[in-house]
Design a protein around this ligand. Sequence first.
Ligand code: MSK
Length: 646
Amino acid sequence: PRKERIKDPKNVMRSVDPAALLMLEKAKEKNLLSAYDRFAAQQPQCAFGYEGICCRICFQGPCRIKSEEGPGSKGICGAHGYTIVSRNVARMMAGGASAHSDHGRHIAHALLHAAEGKIADYKVTDVEKLKRVAERVGISTEGKTANELAIEVSQAALEDFGRQTDEPCTWLWSYITEGRKKKFEDCNIAPTSIDRAVVAMMHQTHIGVDADPVNIIFGGLKTSLADYTGMHISTDLSDVLFGTPKPVITEANLGVLKADKVNIVVHGHNPLLSQTVVNVAKEMEAEAKAAGAAGIQLSGICCTGNEVLMRSGVPIATNFASQELAIMTGAVDVMVVDVQCIMPGVRAISECFHTKIVTTMDNSKIPGSYHYAFDEHHAVESAKGIIRLAIEAFKTRKGKTCEIPQIKNKVIAGFSLEALLELFAALNPETPIKVLTDAIEAGEIAGVALFAGCNNLEAPHDNNHLTIAKELAKNNVFLVGTGCSAQALAKAGLLAPEAVEEYAGEGLKSFLKKLADANKDKLADGLPLMFHMGSCVDNSRAHDLCTMMAEQMGVDIPKVPFVATAPEAMSEKAVSIGGGAVAMGIPTHVGTMPPIEGSSLVYGIATQIASDVYGGYFIFETDPVAAATKLTAALDYRTWKLGIHK
Ligand code: MSK
């Protein structure tokens, strides 16, 4: 697939999102550049780097694997291609684990400081969730106030970052099956602490340390499980601070921007500031109106967008690949960004408009942007400052034309695991998860697929997400999603009930109809084709769903009809999430090629040896229709092994 990409630098179909296509047309007219143009300009990309056989770990290099034999077939130190490929990919896993976990650490500190009374702008919002988490991680709730419990829970979470003894991370061990615990112990891939797993991986892949690709990849899986731990901490403690999501009805795509309102777009991943902006914006409507605006319009991009969508119903503006296109509408007054997935390109494009880019985190600045140093002690103050900056920017926009594509779709989202189980409970109050597993056992649905991950312009923007989702729905697969994948479907209208009628196979349709009928009193609008479970870190919610299914079915995860797909993966976090899913025993499709094709041995470890050892494995398939066929086959194989005949 990579060779085709290099031969086709123009990547003719750039997006399947009609709003993005409209903006790309306008960009062309005005000669505005975006990631779509830069992708084409980067072609042909370096084949050595693309295949993972470029080593830059020491600066005798870069070394490239140039031939099959002779001195050019190894790095200067003698590193084989398989060592170079595995070191590179394992370092990606460590990078992803660092990003998710640092986010989790930030949330844990905020909860601890709020509970200790050191910060006033946050508090324990969801006491029931706090109790559930405490019980799950083995902390007694008896006779403790919410703050006392929150202190113990956040301290236990922080211990998972820096433990120096050899017990596995609490958040990992508390949420997985007994079978997985044994497997991780046998393979020595259970992290004892997040920071240690990442440091160990950086050491293991230093020049002249580990040359064994299996050992390196297994070390990478340990960082992936550290990543899982950090994601789970982020999800749990965000729910405690801001509330566990419940179903919300909202909209998605660039049409959610409003020319007559102050448009504030929140972008990145960490809900600490963005949720405060959302909360404070309600109080500042009057200030916006005094400036001549019809009000404040909030919208989101990437996973900060997902966090505030899930808890407050804030509409989605767009997803990763098209973030610059939102600014090209001329309607965005402030884009407030925190960490991860923020293209530095947003700053350059904002120069052509009145838009202000506001960075907020010490570790994530863009030269030339406004920086509001965010600390949780002054969250409300920072949020107010940012909203006032947006109101000022709105004043300078008055009289200028906005070119907002009038394209948006209805979205039903907010399906935390708790919310999903509540839907099931309407049919089976005793054992809600049985509603799902019974439907699989009856052959009504083929299994469950988790859609995760990013956009990668190697594939036409959003095309893989939509094609695979439609194909799987047609084949009666129950769909859950997170991140930019769920946003792709939201923008295209697949998180609206109408999509069920249009795309679901007969079995899935009848299953969703029963569920919708039983929940009519709570969700009169019906149910979506895919259940949006949240941001990237909320893949932990989907993992918990899979674990519950395993426990209900009385098997370990490698036997559960559950698959995952990252149709347009691109980030280190995606590599880490993928590694974790495979270690958990889940067949995991990736629709854009990670840099591993330079070693058939590493490719084999990912696609076959992983399966033999963990029961989960990677499926690399860039054709979305073929990918859907392979995912359906993986589900069918598992249902057949369970003795379920459709
Ligand atoms: S934002 S990691 S592009 S999903 Fe979570 Fe989207 Fe991927 Fe970033």
